[in-house]
Design a protein around this ligand. Structure first.
Ligand code: FAD
Length: 334
C-alpha cells in the first residue's frame, strides 16, 4: 500500500510508504529478548558480500554452520559497488527466504540519492527484510578520505534513520564507536551524535570492533549519562577473532584504530621472530583474546556478542565453544 506524500528533505518526493505487511518478522531487539531467555547471552554474526562464486559457496557453508547455533540475528555488510551491490541484495534476500536466520541488511548512504536509498529499502522489504542497520558509509577507496555527500543524498546517518523509519515498519539499528568515530572532534560530541541517531528512531546500536573492553564500557556509561532513555537501548559489542597477523592489519583497517599495545605484544610474541609467522600460535592466541573479551563482556552484562566472521565459521565457533555454547543446540521454541 502506497501513500504519496512529501519528504522533509530538500523537496525530494517520498514515493512510497511501504506497508507494514504484518510480516511477523521479529525486530533485532525482540530476537535479543527471546534469546536472552535461553541459557547463554545471545550472539550474532556479520557476513560480507562475496566477490565471486567461490566466495559465495564459502559464505553459504558459514551460513549453514551458524544456522545450527541459532544466532539472534545475522548481518550483511553493504558496499556501494555495482555487481557486489546486486549480489548483496540477492544474498540478503536469500538469507531471509531460505534460512532460519534473522537477517539485518546494512544500508549506507554513500553514493546514493535519497530516491535510490528508498528503492533499496523497498527491495529489501519485498524479500521479507525488516531489520536494517543504517550507516553513512565511508568514501569509496579511502575510508579516511574526504566525505562528499551525494548531491541528492544525505549528510548523516541520522537523516537516513528518519527516512527508513518513515518508509514503514522497519526496525533500525545504527553504528556506535567505543573510541569515538575518527571524524568526531571529541568523545562527548560523538556521544551526542549517537544519542541523536537513536532518538531519530533507532532501537539499538552495534559498535565498531574494539580490543579493549574498557572502551565499550565507557561508551555505555557515556550514552547513559548523556541520555538515559537512549542509553537504555542495547549497545551490541562487535568482536573479531584474530587468526593471523594479516587479520591484525585487516582489523586496524576496518576499525581505523591501532590494536592496543598489550594485545599486539601477545600476538607478536606468538608470531615469533622467524622468517614465517607461527600461524598456529597466532591463531590460538587470537582465539584466546576474543574468548577473554567475550567472557568479560558477558560478565559486564552485554546484551549480545556480535562477531565479524569474514564469512568463515570456524574461529567464531571456537570462541563460542570455549564459552560453553553448543554447536548443535536444539532450536529455540517459538
Ligand atoms: P554518522 O552517524 O553519519 O557519522 C559520521 C560522522 O559525522 C561522525 O564523525 C559523526 O560524529 C558526525 N556526525 C554525525 N551526526 C552529525 C551531525 N548532526 N552534525 C555534525 N556531525 C555529525 N560501512 C560500509 O560502507 N558498509 C557497511 O556495511 C558498514 N557496516 C558497519 C557496521 C558497523 C557495526 C560499524 C560500526 C560501521 C560500519 N561501516 C560500514 C562503517 C561506517 O559506515 C563508517 O564508520 C562511517 O564513517 C560512519 O558511519 P555512521 O553511520 O556512524 O555515520
Amino acid at each position: 500500500m502506497y501513500s504519496p506524500s512529501e519528504s522533509g528533505l530538500s523537496g525530494v518526493r517520498r514515493p512510497a510508504r511501504i506497508s507494514p505487511i504484518a510480516s511477523g518478522v521479529p525486530s533485532v531487539v525482540q530476537s535479543l529478548r527471546r534469546h536472552a531467555a535461553g541459557p547463554r547471552v545471545p550472539f550474532s554474526v556479520e557476513f560480507n558480500p562475496p566477490r565471486d562464486a567461490a566466495g559465495e559457496a564459502r559464505l553459504w557453508r558459514a551460513v549453514r554452520e551458524f544456522e545450527r547455533m541459532h544466532p539472534a540475528f545475522v548481518s550483511m555488510t553493504y558496499g556501494a559497488g555495482g555487481s557486489t551491490k546486486d549480489r548483496t541484495a540477492r544474498i540478503t534476500g536469500q538469507l531471509a527466504q531460505q534460512t532460519t536466520l534473522l537477517p539485518v541488511a546494512h544500508l549506507t548512504a554513500v553514493g546514493h540519492s535519497v530516491a535510490e536509498l528508498r528503492a533499496l529499502v523497498g527491495s529489501y522489504a519485498d524479500c521479507g527484510i525488516r531489520n536494517i542497520l543504517v550507516l553513512r558509509g565511508d568514501p569509496p577507496g579511502d575510508p579516511l578520505g574526504e566525505w562528499h555527500r551525494h548531491p541528492d543524498g544525505v549528510e548523516y546517518a541520522e537523516e537516513l534513520v528518519r527516512i527508513v523509519r518513515d518508509l514503514g515498519d522497519f526496525h533500525v539499528g545504527v553504528a556506535s564507536f567505543p573510541q569515538g568515530h575518527h571524524r568526531s572532534p571529541d568523545l562527548d560530541t560523538d556521544t551526542a551524535f549517537l544519542a541523536a541517531k537513536l532518538r531519530a528512531g533507532a532501537d539499538y546500536s552495534i559498535t565498531q570492533m574494539f580490543f579493549d573492553v574498557e572502551h565499550y564500557l565507557r561508551l555505555r556509561d557515556r550514552v547513559l549519562a548523556a541520555d538515559p532513555v537512549q542509553g537504555a537501548k542495547p549497545i551490541i559489542p562487535e568482536l573479531m577473532p584474530i587468526t593471523s597477523m594479516r587479520t591484525v592489519a585487516r582489523a586496524e583497517e576496518l576499525s581505523g584504530r591501532a590494536l592496543p599495545a598489550a594485545v599486539l605484544d601477545r600476538l607478536r610474541r606468538a608470531a615469533g621472530d622467524g622468517p614465517e609467522e607461527n600461524r598456529a600460535a597466532v591463531r590460538r592466541v587470537g582465539i584466546e583474546i576474543a574468548t577473554e573479551m567475550a567472557q568479560r563482556l558477558i560478565d559486564e552484562g552485554a546484551p549480545c556478542l556480535h562477531f565479524i566472521t569474514l564469512n568463515f565459521a570456524k574461529a567464531t565457533t571456537e570462541v563460542l565453544t570455549n564459552l560453553g555454547y553448543e554447536v548443535t543446540a536444539a532450536p529455540l521454541s517459538a
